[in-house]
Write a protein that binds this ligand. Structure first.
Ligand code: SF4
Length: 217
């Protein structure tokens, strides 16, 4: 094997271990070595009819899933597409529609090596609808988000994902200057709802496509 093949083999081994643990937790799990394969695997799982929720996810943006669905003419509940377009009350009502959508797409901020999903959310619509609402939840999660322990998973979510998302959104929070969390307690903070998803119930409702290429943050 050449170096690229050895790297791909090692990621496949890592994904294989995690998939076994996640399946025991009731998640439907697949592995896609590349972003292109992940896009295909995710789109194949999107139901053919009904509204689809697009929740905040740089992974889904980067691999082209959201752009594909926006161009498809499907009925969407599109968080990034409508934020700032609708006024606050209308946006709240619009996002509440995700709970009756056929499916939603997002990512997670971290996964621990036992297969639990960790998220920090600003308003809570992303994590709330992951837990209850759409009949199908499809998550694209790259292997660079896998942490060795619950502590490391929270650290990744709080010290990597949240400051980077705050930077992306140009928030007036101290992490945007320093790159790390200051537990700011500001109104603008995106760190308000901390969730762990231990299992999928019903079994298979939450589908995870693990991605070998680094995506999102
Ligand atoms: S709590 Fe505040 S400072 Fe910490 S990551 Fe979240 S937004 Fe940034």
């Amino acid at each position: 094997m050449n170096d690229m093949e050895i790297k791909a083999w090692h990621l496949q081994c890592k994904a294989g271990r995690l998939m076994k643990k996640m399946e025991k937790r009731g998640f439907q799990v697949a592995y896609a070595p590349t972003a292109e394969e992940a896009k295909k695997a995710i789109l194949e799982q999107v139901p053919a009819t009904g509204a689809i929720g697009l929740l905040g996810s740089q992974t889904m943006n980067q691999i082209g899933v959201f752009a594909h669905l926006r161009a498809s003419g499907r009925e969407l509940v599109d968080h990034a597409g409508q934020k700032g377009v609708l006024g606050p009350d209308d946006f709240w009502n619009y996002m509440a529609r995700v709970f009756t959508a056929e499916a939603m797409l997002a990512s997670a901020n971290a996964v621990d090596s036992e297969g639990r999903l960790y998220n920090i959310d600003g308003t809570g619509n992303r994590v709330a609808s992951m837990i209850f609402g759409p009949k199908k939840v499809i998550l694209g999660i790259s292997l660079n988000k896998v942490a060795d322990s619950p502590e490391e998973a929270w650290k990744r979510a709080r010290q990597t994902a949240s400051p980077m998302n705050s930077q992306r959104l140009s928030l007036p929070t101290p992490c945007v200057k320093s790159g790390h969390c200051h537990d700011c307690q500001l109104e603008a903070s995106i760190c308000n709802y901390f969730t762990v998803i231990d299992r999928s119930r019903p079994v298979g409702r939450i589908s995870v496509v693990l991605i070998g290429e680094d995506c999102g943050y």
